[in-house]
Design a protein around this ligand. Structure first.
Ligand code: ASP
Length: 348
């Protein structure tokens, strides 16, 4: 009898372990990485970020729970973060050097590698919806600037004045960034392609939002949206709208959304490299993501992080900065929300 009970308990453990290792559906989101330390974040700010992350991850999770597609789930989660002033995407986007907002976004589906992206749009309220329209309703993968806005109008998307994206906090960041740029001018004339000096890379300078999900049909999808980097100039485009750099999804390997110093993520084609390591190198998605974020990028001097999901729903979220706003929810498991490094290590 005792033996039977023991066998039953062992069987129960085995069942729950395999269920956890192969969840039916899951979503993970990020709200940007950077120098996020506890001292700089007041308890009420922390609570506000945690609440916004919870709302976004739950919005995506509900789509999956009801049998919706991973593409719908990541779109929904990113929409929530674009509409929140807390994140550097949509409302709350960072300022360009000239004092406006230029937005980038992309989406990708893992079943057929369809993708859509927009760069440098200034009046589209939710760039993630435009990226999706590019994928679903145009013959192209990436549209930019005026043409992208014309297309948005034709698609009936909500257009707003560029001032809609303004926030006090990001404006102060612009002033700080300009002061730091002036100070560093002699040493760092091309801030976009070299290492950022320590006084030129705190939280105010970066951020992005993203989501990756696996749905009940086993399809992966990824979405990323950003205002880019504070004080960017000359029509600078980051990694977020570049398929394979800041965003990627392939059912044969994994889905990735990135955040960090875009110039490095572009040159090291971070998202595609992680998935290629899984597909051709036979390593786990977590191992691949750790190799790229903690070895390749660290060697190069690139800062940031990624959220990654493999085609079984296993999640990892490594970053080489002090923090990364993030949350995840897997079928049958409680939601996890985290900001700082210590928690990241525990839950990887
Ligand atoms: N990756 C974004 C960019 O370079 C910024 C960020 O994620 O912090 O535009």
């Amino acid at each position: 009898m005792r033996f039977c009970t023991l066998m039953l308990s062992l069987a129960a453990v085995a069942v729950s372990t395999s269920a956890m290792a192969n969840p039916t559906y899951a979503i993970v989101i990020h709200g940007g990485a950077g120098t996020i330390n506890k001292a700089a974040l007041t308890p009420s700010q922390q609570q506000a970020y945690e609440a916004a992350l919870t709302e976004a991850v739950n919005a995506g999770y509900q789509v999956l729970e009801q049998g919706g597609s991973s593409l719908d789930a990541v779109t929904k989660a990113v929409l929530v973060m674009e509409d929140s002033p807390l994140f550097n995407a949509g409302k709350g986007a960072v300022y360009t050097y000239e004092g406006g907002h230029d937005l980038d976004a992309s989406v990708m589906r893992g079943d057929n590698l369809a993708a859509g992206a927009v760069a440098g749009v200034t009046t589209v309220k939710n760039p993630v919806l435009l990226a999706r329209a590019v994928m679903e309703k145009s013959d192209h993968v990436m549209l930019s600037g005026k043409g992208a806005e014309e297309f948005a109008k034709l698609q009936g998307l909500t257009l707003v004045d560029n001032r809609h994206f303004d926030t006090e906090f990001r404006y102060e960041a612009l002033l700080k960034a300009k002061a730091a740029m002036e100070k560093a001018q002699a040493k760092t004339p091309h801030q976009a392609s070299i290492r950022l000096s320590p006084d030129w890379s705190p939280a105010w300078n970066m951020g992005t939002v993203g989501a990756v999900a696996l749905d009940k049909s086993g399809n992966l999808a990824a979405a990323t949206s950003t205002g880019g980097m504070t004080a960017k100039r000359y029509g600078r485009i980051g990694d977020a709208p570049i398929i394979g750099a800041g965003n990627f999804a392939d059912n044969q390997s994994c889905a990735v959304s990135a955040t960090g110093h875009g110039e490095f993520f572009i040159r090291y084609r971070v998202a595609a490299d992680i998935c290629a390591r899984v597909k051709y190198g036979g390593v786990s998605a977590a191992e691949a993501a750790n190799q790229v974020i903690h070895q390749e990028l660290v060697k190069a001097g690139g800062t940031g992080g990624v959220i990654v999901m493999d085609n079984k729903g296993n999640i990892s979220w490594p970053f080489n900065t002090e923090g990364m706003y993030r949350a995840k929810r897997t079928e049958g498991q409680p939601i996890e929300v985290a900001i700082f490094q210590d928690l990241a290590k525990k839950s990887q």
